[in-house]
Write a protein that binds this ligand. Structure first.
Ligand code: WT7
Length: 649
């Protein structure tokens, strides 16, 4: 049997204690789609603590002229209360967070009681800066407890947080501050990753020189490294503002449909979109998926090795685990520092039972060989998880065999910023695994495959992945731009949510995600629009035109390949190439660092002037046989030139 045909049945240790076995999966899945309102209302009432329990289930509709996503709209609750206060009765002294710093000697733990006290002070500190219900606050933070505490403090007082990943550039940060209308920004002096200091506060200062950012009244700065920072009139130190506050702060009662957070993500066109998630449905979906998919019990030590700047961090570092009263490891550093054995060492140090990470992290470790795991036993592990991009069977097998000692099932979880939580996934006690397949839908999720004409495909098929009915975790809108929300997700096909992913369904009804079918790249699990990178490049004085495509990359999944046409009279030099790489890094952030730049005297275009990316993708991937029909090109000769001068990777 080749590894592509391998099957992994549910291990006995998983079936012995799992929340969901195969029979429960089948019967509850059937109920969740046949009587969705009853199913979700029951889940909502039993899993969350409400000030007013909801009687209304879904009021969602996908009619293009009138798209609305709405759940539990008569319910009232507070997300922070659900994540902290309600655990104080029986889990006050349980560890909520084991924080592991970049340097292994830097660590601390916080119980739910300690977290309660700190989050209340933080919330009162925000109030003292004038933040109230409905205000937006931008967080630009390292992976330190204050990042989570800041999010929960916002939720406690009804403020809407907008977390911007600390790897984004000042310009990217400025755009998100302006779009979200944040009057307060929370940051730290510096972040620390892999022994390197990253000047977060300096980036904020630079961002706040950009037009539109005058709305920012306060910058609250956490001291992380003690690195020196400029102090401007709008700046205040976290310890000065927060430490003197009272440790009592009543949680604000919020309607289930009141906004909880905005999170920006890239689309195929235009500027990043701020997806809006609301309080009740999102929290329920994060909590329920977290508990059922990772099979979390009271004695588990759970580690999601993501950053809070992504949706994975929101749902599976903060809201899901905390709503479930779980003990989590929060990691500031990177898997390769101080050595490639770090992940295993952290697992042993805290007795981690559940590890949720990304294929790109797995592949980067796999490239170092099996020996790197010799410094740890990882005996405590029970369940593994993967997220962010398709996991190739080779990486799956390495993850399973080397990290998981061939005894931990891997949950390959497919979802998106827009979906709020995991949508297609195995369950540890229910699902036979096939490496590379995200397997089957979670409760209430109805995936379908459509052809390009909008016909639903049945049985074994490959097509566009859409989701039929709404689910509680679904994003409600794009902040300040509902039209774009409708246009992006509900106009390609009638009456379904369009995911932007391609997918195959096999003979067992298992789903295999094949990747984005729009102009969105997935580089190391980070999502970015080709249009964003192109518009950054054409803003450089030397560049006339640029076309960006992805190409298969061993570690990153996809790499960034750029075709650049220079302005008349500009010489294509290696210095210029290096300068353009730096330019994009500075403009968007290090995650968008180009891998390859090819000088292109011309780009393949149709007679109507549309760049034929299909051809550019094939050239970048060295797939020269399948270039397809080039006869509709305005100048077929440019293709030969591009092939001849393609760059090695
Ligand atoms: C895109 C969403 C979900 C949190 C992290 C990324 C790709 C995600 C998988 C998976 C295949 C996956 C999809 C999706 N993706 N998980 N298990 N298998 N592809 O969130 O930044 O919103 O990106 O990531 O292409 O559309 P995101």
């Amino acid at each position: 049997m080749t590894e592509h045909e391998a099957r992994y049945p549910v291990p006995e240790h998983a079936s012995a204690r799992a929340w969901v076995d195969e029979e429960t999966y089948r019967s509850r899945y059937a109920q969740s789609v046949e009587d969705a309102d009853a199913f979700w209302l029951e889940e909502a009432r039993s899993r969350l603590t409400w000030f007013t329990a909801p009687e209304i289930g879904s009021e969602s509709r996908y009619t293009p002229s009138d798209v609305q996503v709405r759940w539990f709209a008569d319910g009232e609750l507070n997300a922070c209360y659900n994540c902290i206060d309600r655990h104080l009765e029986d889990k006050a002294d349980k560890v909520a967070i084991y924080w592991e710093g970049d340097n292994p000697d830097d660590h601390l733990s916080l119980t739910f009681a300690e977290l309660h006290e700190k989050v209340c002070r933080f919330a009162n500190g925000l109030k003292s800066l004038g933040v109230g219900k409905g205000d937006t606050v931008t967080l630009y933070m390292p992976m330190i407890p204050e990042a989570l505490m800041g999010m929960l403090a916002c939720a406690r007082i009804g403020a809407i947080h907008s977390v911007v990943f600390g790897g984004f550039s000042p310009d990217a940060l400025a755009g998100r501050i302006v779009d979200s209308g944040s009057r307060v920004v929370i940051t730290a002096d510096e972040s620390l990753r892999g022994g390197k200091n990253i000047p977060l506060k300096e980036n904020v200062d630079e961002a706040l020189t950009r037009p539109g950012t005058e709305v920012v009244e306060h910058v609250l700065v956490v001291r992380r490294t003690g690195g020196s920072v400029a102090v401007n009139p709008r700046d205040c130190w976290y310890h000065d503002v927060v430490d003197p506050q009272s440790s009592e702060c009543p949680p604000e009662p919020m309607n289930a449909e009141d906004p909880l957070f905005i999170l920006y993500t890239s689309g195929s066109t235009g500027t990043p979109k701020g997806l809006l998630h609301t309080t009740g449905g999102y929290l329920l979906y994060a909590a329920m998926t977290h508990r059922d998919i990772f099979d979390v019990h009271d004695d588990d030590v759970y580690w999601c090795a993501a950053d809070v700047g992504w949706i994975t961090g929101h749902s599976y570092i903060v809201y899901g685990p905390m709503a479930n009263g779980a003990t989590s490891v929060i990691f500031e550093g990177v898997p390769s520092y101080p050595s490639h054995g770090r992940i295993g060492e952290v697992i042993d140090k805290y007795g981690v039972t559940i590890l949720y990470t990304s294929p790109t992290a797995v592949r980067s470790l796999m490239a170092q060989g099996d020996d790197i795991m010799a410094s740890s036993t990882r005996e405590s592990l029970r369940v593994l998880g993967s997220v962010g991009e398709p996991i190739n069977p080779e990486a799956w097998n390495w993850f399973y065999r080397v990290i998981g000692n061939s005894r931990c099932p891997i949950m390959d979880t497919w979802w998106q910023t827009e979906t709020g939580g995991i949508m297609i996934t195995p369950l540890p006690g229910a699902t036979e695994l096939k490496p590379g397949s995200a397997t089957r839908p979670f409760f209430g999720i109805q995936p379908a495959l459509y052809d390009n004409e909008g016909q639903e495909l049945s049985g074994e098929a490959e097509g566009n992945l859409v989701i039929k009915a709404s689910w509680p975790g679904q994003a409600r809108t794009i902040w300040q731009n509902h039209d774009r929300f409708v246009q992006t997700y509900f106009s390609t096909f009638d009456n379904v949510y369009f995911t932007g992913d391609g997918c195959r369904r096999d003979e067992d009804g298992y789903f295999w995600i094949t990747g984005r079918i729009d102009d969105v790249l997935n580089v190391s699990g980070h999502r970015m629009g080709t249009a964003e990178i192109e518009s950054s490049l054409v803003a450089h004085e030397a560049v006339a035109e640029a076309a960006v495509v992805g190409f298969p990359h061993e570690v990153k999944g996809q790499g960034i390949y750029i075709y650049v046409t220079l302005n008349e009279g500009i010489q294509p030099t290696d210095e210029l190439r290096a300068e353009l790489v730096k330019w994009v890094r500075k403009d968007i952030g290090p995650i968008a660092t180009p891998d390859v730049i090819q000088w292109a005297p011309g780009l393949p275009k149709t007679r109507s002037g549309k760049i034929m990316r299909r051809i550019l993708r094939k050239i970048a991937a060295d797939e020269l046989d399948g270039l397809g029909d080039t006869s509709t090109l305005a100048d077929p000769g440019v293709v030969d030139d591009l092939i001849e001068h393609r760059q090695s990777k």
